[in-house]
Design a protein around this ligand. Structure first.
Ligand SMILES: Nc1ncnc2c1ncn2[C@@H]1O[C@H](COP(=O)(O)OP(=O)(O)OP(=O)(O)O)[C@@H](O)[C@H]1O
Length: 298
Protein backbone atom coordinates (compact mmCIF):
# COMPACT_ATOMS: atom_id res chain seq x y z
CA UNK A 1 0.00 0.00 0.00
CA UNK A 2 1.13 3.53 -0.76
CA UNK A 3 0.45 5.73 2.25
CA UNK A 4 0.69 9.48 2.05
CA UNK A 5 0.21 10.85 5.53
CA UNK A 6 -0.35 14.50 6.30
CA UNK A 7 2.14 15.56 3.63
CA UNK A 8 2.85 19.24 3.10
CA UNK A 9 5.21 20.98 0.69
CA UNK A 10 5.88 24.68 0.75
CA UNK A 11 7.96 26.73 -1.67
CA UNK A 12 8.74 29.91 0.27
CA UNK A 13 5.37 31.33 1.34
CA UNK A 14 3.47 29.16 -1.12
CA UNK A 15 1.89 25.88 -0.02
CA UNK A 16 1.81 23.56 -3.04
CA UNK A 17 0.67 20.45 -1.12
CA UNK A 18 -1.37 20.96 2.01
CA UNK A 19 -1.63 18.18 4.63
CA UNK A 20 -2.43 15.57 2.01
CA UNK A 21 -3.50 12.17 3.32
CA UNK A 22 -4.17 9.29 0.91
CA UNK A 23 -3.96 5.51 0.90
CA UNK A 24 -3.66 3.59 -2.34
CA UNK A 25 -4.08 -0.18 -2.01
CA UNK A 26 -1.61 -2.51 -3.67
CA UNK A 27 -2.58 -3.54 -7.20
CA UNK A 28 -4.93 -0.60 -7.79
CA UNK A 29 -4.97 1.84 -10.67
CA UNK A 30 -5.52 5.23 -9.04
CA UNK A 31 -6.34 8.53 -10.76
CA UNK A 32 -4.70 11.60 -9.28
CA UNK A 33 -6.47 14.61 -10.71
CA UNK A 34 -6.44 18.34 -10.35
CA UNK A 35 -6.39 21.54 -12.34
CA UNK A 36 -3.10 23.03 -13.52
CA UNK A 37 -0.94 23.87 -10.53
CA UNK A 38 -3.03 21.77 -8.09
CA UNK A 39 0.05 19.98 -6.75
CA UNK A 40 0.08 16.64 -8.62
CA UNK A 41 3.65 16.69 -9.92
CA UNK A 42 4.93 18.03 -6.60
CA UNK A 43 3.26 15.07 -4.83
CA UNK A 44 4.76 12.63 -7.34
CA UNK A 45 8.22 14.12 -6.82
CA UNK A 46 7.88 13.62 -3.07
CA UNK A 47 6.76 9.99 -3.55
CA UNK A 48 9.88 9.49 -5.67
CA UNK A 49 12.06 11.20 -3.07
CA UNK A 50 13.16 13.75 -5.70
CA UNK A 51 12.19 16.64 -3.45
CA UNK A 52 11.94 16.76 0.32
CA UNK A 53 8.63 17.03 2.11
CA UNK A 54 8.12 20.05 4.36
CA UNK A 55 6.09 17.79 6.65
CA UNK A 56 4.41 14.38 6.81
CA UNK A 57 5.41 10.87 5.79
CA UNK A 58 5.14 8.65 2.72
CA UNK A 59 5.55 4.89 2.82
CA UNK A 60 5.37 2.08 0.31
CA UNK A 61 4.38 -1.32 1.75
CA UNK A 62 5.19 -0.10 5.22
CA UNK A 63 8.68 1.23 4.40
CA UNK A 64 9.42 4.96 4.35
CA UNK A 65 10.16 6.25 0.87
CA UNK A 66 13.89 6.61 0.33
CA UNK A 67 16.88 5.33 -1.60
CA UNK A 68 16.08 1.67 -0.79
CA UNK A 69 12.57 1.91 -2.28
CA UNK A 70 13.61 3.77 -5.44
CA UNK A 71 14.36 0.63 -7.53
CA UNK A 72 10.86 -0.65 -6.86
CA UNK A 73 9.22 2.48 -8.26
CA UNK A 74 8.85 3.43 -11.93
CA UNK A 75 8.26 7.03 -12.99
CA UNK A 76 7.18 8.63 -16.23
CA UNK A 77 7.84 12.33 -15.59
CA UNK A 78 5.69 15.10 -17.01
CA UNK A 79 8.66 16.78 -18.63
CA UNK A 80 9.79 14.03 -20.97
CA UNK A 81 13.48 13.88 -21.56
CA UNK A 82 15.69 11.26 -23.13
CA UNK A 83 19.19 11.89 -24.49
CA UNK A 84 18.47 12.79 -28.13
CA UNK A 85 21.76 11.51 -29.56
CA UNK A 86 21.70 8.15 -27.83
CA UNK A 87 20.25 5.07 -29.48
CA UNK A 88 17.08 3.67 -27.96
CA UNK A 89 18.69 0.40 -26.87
CA UNK A 90 21.80 2.03 -25.33
CA UNK A 91 19.65 4.49 -23.47
CA UNK A 92 16.95 2.18 -22.11
CA UNK A 93 19.48 -0.48 -21.12
CA UNK A 94 21.61 2.20 -19.40
CA UNK A 95 18.57 3.43 -17.42
CA UNK A 96 17.58 -0.16 -16.54
CA UNK A 97 21.10 -0.88 -15.27
CA UNK A 98 20.93 2.22 -13.05
CA UNK A 99 17.89 0.50 -11.50
CA UNK A 100 19.97 -2.57 -10.77
CA UNK A 101 19.00 -4.64 -13.78
CA UNK A 102 21.30 -7.07 -15.57
CA UNK A 103 22.23 -6.02 -19.17
CA UNK A 104 20.96 -9.22 -20.82
CA UNK A 105 17.62 -9.09 -18.97
CA UNK A 106 17.20 -5.43 -19.87
CA UNK A 107 17.83 -6.13 -23.56
CA UNK A 108 15.33 -9.00 -23.54
CA UNK A 109 12.68 -6.88 -21.81
CA UNK A 110 13.26 -4.01 -24.22
CA UNK A 111 12.79 -6.28 -27.26
CA UNK A 112 9.51 -7.52 -25.76
CA UNK A 113 8.23 -4.01 -25.12
CA UNK A 114 9.19 -2.70 -28.56
CA UNK A 115 7.30 -5.61 -30.11
CA UNK A 116 4.30 -4.93 -27.91
CA UNK A 117 4.33 -1.32 -29.12
CA UNK A 118 4.73 -2.42 -32.76
CA UNK A 119 8.09 -0.67 -33.16
CA UNK A 120 10.80 -3.39 -33.03
CA UNK A 121 12.86 -1.43 -35.59
CA UNK A 122 13.42 1.44 -33.12
CA UNK A 123 16.01 -0.45 -31.10
CA UNK A 124 18.96 1.00 -33.01
CA UNK A 125 17.49 4.40 -33.86
CA UNK A 126 18.67 7.56 -32.17
CA UNK A 127 15.97 9.14 -29.96
CA UNK A 128 16.07 12.36 -32.02
CA UNK A 129 15.00 10.37 -35.09
CA UNK A 130 11.69 9.45 -33.45
CA UNK A 131 8.52 11.55 -33.32
CA UNK A 132 7.52 13.08 -29.97
CA UNK A 133 4.80 10.47 -29.39
CA UNK A 134 7.17 7.62 -30.19
CA UNK A 135 9.82 9.07 -27.87
CA UNK A 136 7.14 9.00 -25.21
CA UNK A 137 6.55 5.30 -25.77
CA UNK A 138 10.30 4.73 -25.31
CA UNK A 139 10.26 6.77 -22.11
CA UNK A 140 7.33 4.73 -20.86
CA UNK A 141 9.35 1.57 -21.55
CA UNK A 142 12.26 3.10 -19.60
CA UNK A 143 9.92 3.66 -16.64
CA UNK A 144 8.69 0.04 -16.52
CA UNK A 145 11.62 -2.02 -17.79
CA UNK A 146 12.94 -2.83 -14.32
CA UNK A 147 9.53 -4.28 -13.36
CA UNK A 148 8.63 -1.84 -10.61
CA UNK A 149 5.80 -2.71 -8.24
CA UNK A 150 4.69 0.91 -7.98
CA UNK A 151 4.34 2.92 -11.19
CA UNK A 152 3.81 6.69 -11.22
CA UNK A 153 2.72 8.14 -14.55
CA UNK A 154 2.47 11.92 -14.93
CA UNK A 155 0.11 12.65 -17.85
CA UNK A 156 0.98 9.42 -19.68
CA UNK A 157 -1.47 9.95 -22.54
CA UNK A 158 -0.71 13.55 -23.43
CA UNK A 159 0.66 13.96 -26.93
CA UNK A 160 -0.24 10.43 -28.09
CA UNK A 161 -2.46 9.71 -31.08
CA UNK A 162 -5.61 7.59 -30.49
CA UNK A 163 -3.93 4.34 -31.62
CA UNK A 164 -1.01 4.87 -29.24
CA UNK A 165 -3.38 5.87 -26.42
CA UNK A 166 -5.05 2.46 -26.82
CA UNK A 167 -1.69 0.66 -26.90
CA UNK A 168 -0.61 2.39 -23.72
CA UNK A 169 -3.95 1.77 -21.97
CA UNK A 170 -3.63 -1.92 -22.81
CA UNK A 171 -0.05 -1.97 -21.50
CA UNK A 172 -0.96 -0.32 -18.18
CA UNK A 173 -3.99 -2.61 -17.77
CA UNK A 174 -1.74 -5.64 -18.27
CA UNK A 175 0.71 -4.31 -15.68
CA UNK A 176 -2.17 -3.83 -13.28
CA UNK A 177 -3.34 -7.40 -13.82
CA UNK A 178 0.21 -8.51 -12.93
CA UNK A 179 -0.21 -6.76 -9.57
CA UNK A 180 1.56 -3.45 -10.25
CA UNK A 181 0.12 -0.48 -8.34
CA UNK A 182 -0.35 2.42 -10.74
CA UNK A 183 -0.95 6.07 -9.92
CA UNK A 184 -1.49 8.41 -12.82
CA UNK A 185 -2.44 11.99 -13.41
CA UNK A 186 -4.47 13.06 -16.38
CA UNK A 187 -6.54 15.98 -17.54
CA UNK A 188 -8.50 13.58 -19.76
CA UNK A 189 -11.34 12.45 -17.55
CA UNK A 190 -12.52 9.73 -19.95
CA UNK A 191 -9.19 7.90 -19.53
CA UNK A 192 -9.52 8.03 -15.76
CA UNK A 193 -13.12 6.85 -15.96
CA UNK A 194 -12.12 3.93 -18.10
CA UNK A 195 -9.11 2.78 -16.10
CA UNK A 196 -9.43 3.72 -12.44
CA UNK A 197 -11.51 2.25 -9.63
CA UNK A 198 -10.51 5.02 -7.26
CA UNK A 199 -9.36 8.57 -7.59
CA UNK A 200 -8.67 11.80 -5.86
CA UNK A 201 -9.20 15.33 -7.13
CA UNK A 202 -6.90 17.82 -5.45
CA UNK A 203 -7.16 21.57 -5.43
CA UNK A 204 -4.42 23.80 -4.02
CA UNK A 205 -2.73 20.70 -2.64
CA UNK A 206 -5.75 19.34 -0.73
CA UNK A 207 -8.27 16.68 -1.74
CA UNK A 208 -11.72 17.98 -2.63
CA UNK A 209 -13.07 14.63 -3.89
CA UNK A 210 -11.71 11.24 -2.93
CA UNK A 211 -12.90 7.62 -3.13
CA UNK A 212 -14.21 4.96 -5.44
CA UNK A 213 -15.41 6.23 -8.80
CA UNK A 214 -18.88 4.63 -8.55
CA UNK A 215 -19.39 6.03 -5.04
CA UNK A 216 -18.22 9.49 -6.10
CA UNK A 217 -20.77 9.41 -8.93
CA UNK A 218 -23.53 8.17 -6.64
CA UNK A 219 -22.79 10.80 -3.98
CA UNK A 220 -22.73 13.55 -6.59
CA UNK A 221 -26.46 12.82 -6.98
CA UNK A 222 -27.10 14.86 -10.09
CA UNK A 223 -27.85 13.05 -13.32
CA UNK A 224 -27.64 13.84 -17.00
CA UNK A 225 -30.75 13.67 -19.11
CA UNK A 226 -30.65 13.48 -22.91
CA UNK A 227 -33.78 14.47 -24.79
CA UNK A 228 -34.51 14.50 -28.52
CA UNK A 229 -37.98 15.48 -29.66
CA UNK A 230 -39.89 16.45 -32.79
CA UNK A 231 -41.07 19.67 -31.17
CA UNK A 232 -39.37 22.71 -29.73
CA UNK A 233 -38.01 22.04 -26.24
CA UNK A 234 -38.95 25.34 -24.66
CA UNK A 235 -38.44 26.73 -21.18
CA UNK A 236 -36.51 23.73 -19.88
CA UNK A 237 -34.33 26.05 -17.79
CA UNK A 238 -37.34 27.18 -15.78
CA UNK A 239 -38.39 23.68 -14.68
CA UNK A 240 -37.84 22.82 -11.02
CA UNK A 241 -34.84 20.57 -10.45
CA UNK A 242 -33.10 21.50 -13.71
CA UNK A 243 -29.55 22.65 -12.99
CA UNK A 244 -28.14 23.20 -16.47
CA UNK A 245 -29.35 22.98 -20.05
CA UNK A 246 -27.15 22.56 -23.09
CA UNK A 247 -29.00 22.95 -26.38
CA UNK A 248 -28.20 20.44 -29.13
CA UNK A 249 -29.53 20.10 -32.67
CA UNK A 250 -32.95 18.49 -32.30
CA UNK A 251 -32.70 18.19 -28.54
CA UNK A 252 -31.00 19.08 -25.31
CA UNK A 253 -28.69 17.72 -22.61
CA UNK A 254 -29.80 18.57 -19.09
CA UNK A 255 -28.22 18.26 -15.71
CA UNK A 256 -30.94 17.54 -13.16
CA UNK A 257 -30.99 17.37 -9.36
CA UNK A 258 -32.08 13.72 -9.16
CA UNK A 259 -33.90 10.91 -10.97
CA UNK A 260 -37.38 12.01 -9.90
CA UNK A 261 -36.99 15.25 -11.83
CA UNK A 262 -36.74 13.22 -15.06
CA UNK A 263 -40.19 11.69 -14.45
CA UNK A 264 -41.72 15.13 -14.01
CA UNK A 265 -40.06 16.38 -17.18
CA UNK A 266 -41.31 13.34 -19.11
CA UNK A 267 -44.91 13.94 -17.97
CA UNK A 268 -44.67 17.57 -19.03
CA UNK A 269 -43.22 16.79 -22.45
CA UNK A 270 -45.34 13.79 -23.44
CA UNK A 271 -48.52 15.75 -24.37
CA UNK A 272 -46.44 18.04 -26.62
CA UNK A 273 -45.53 15.50 -29.30
CA UNK A 274 -43.18 12.72 -30.31
CA UNK A 275 -40.12 12.12 -28.09
CA UNK A 276 -37.32 10.35 -29.99
CA UNK A 277 -34.89 9.96 -27.12
CA UNK A 278 -35.22 10.29 -23.37
CA UNK A 279 -32.31 8.79 -21.49
CA UNK A 280 -31.08 9.24 -17.98
CA UNK A 281 -27.35 8.81 -17.40
CA UNK A 282 -24.83 8.89 -14.60
CA UNK A 283 -22.86 12.15 -14.35
CA UNK A 284 -19.52 11.99 -16.09
CA UNK A 285 -16.29 12.50 -14.18
CA UNK A 286 -15.88 15.59 -16.31
CA UNK A 287 -19.15 17.02 -14.86
CA UNK A 288 -17.94 16.25 -11.34
CA UNK A 289 -14.48 17.70 -11.94
CA UNK A 290 -15.85 20.91 -13.44
CA UNK A 291 -18.30 21.42 -10.60
CA UNK A 292 -15.98 20.50 -7.74
CA UNK A 293 -12.72 21.98 -9.01
CA UNK A 294 -14.59 24.92 -10.57
CA UNK A 295 -16.38 25.72 -7.30
CA UNK A 296 -13.09 25.76 -5.46
CA UNK A 297 -11.79 28.53 -7.69
CA UNK A 298 -14.50 30.85 -6.40
N1 LIG B 1 10.30 24.36 -7.49
C1 LIG B 1 9.23 25.14 -7.30
N2 LIG B 1 9.36 26.39 -6.80
C2 LIG B 1 8.29 27.18 -6.58
N3 LIG B 1 7.01 26.81 -6.82
C3 LIG B 1 6.82 25.59 -7.33
C4 LIG B 1 7.91 24.69 -7.59
N4 LIG B 1 7.39 23.53 -8.07
C5 LIG B 1 6.04 23.70 -8.12
N5 LIG B 1 5.70 24.93 -7.67
C6 LIG B 1 4.34 25.46 -7.56
O1 LIG B 1 3.53 24.52 -6.88
C7 LIG B 1 2.24 24.46 -7.46
C8 LIG B 1 1.90 23.03 -7.83
O2 LIG B 1 2.68 22.65 -8.97
P1 LIG B 1 2.61 21.21 -9.61
O3 LIG B 1 3.63 21.17 -10.71
O4 LIG B 1 2.69 20.19 -8.55
O5 LIG B 1 1.13 21.23 -10.23
P2 LIG B 1 0.40 20.15 -11.14
O6 LIG B 1 -0.86 19.79 -10.41
O7 LIG B 1 1.31 19.06 -11.50
O8 LIG B 1 0.01 21.03 -12.41
P3 LIG B 1 -0.07 20.69 -14.00
O9 LIG B 1 -1.38 19.98 -14.20
O10 LIG B 1 -0.09 22.04 -14.61
O11 LIG B 1 1.11 19.86 -14.35
C9 LIG B 1 2.23 25.42 -8.64
O12 LIG B 1 1.63 26.63 -8.24
C10 LIG B 1 3.70 25.62 -8.94
O13 LIG B 1 3.94 26.90 -9.47
Amino acid sequence: MLRIDNVTKTFGDYTAVDQLTLSIPKGEMFGFLGANGAGKTTTFRMILGLIDMTGGTISWNGESIGYHTSNRIGYLPEERGLYPKMKVKEQVVYLARLRGMDKKDAEKELTGWLEKFNVPEYENKRVEELSKGNQQKIQFIASVIHKPDLLILDEPFSGLDPVNVELLKKAVSELKSQGVTIVFSSHRMEHVEELCESLCIIHRGSPIVQGKLNEIKRDFGKKNLWIKADFELEDLEALPGVVKVKRLIGGAELQIENEEVSQEILSLLQPKGFIRQFSLEEPSLNDIFIEKAGASYE
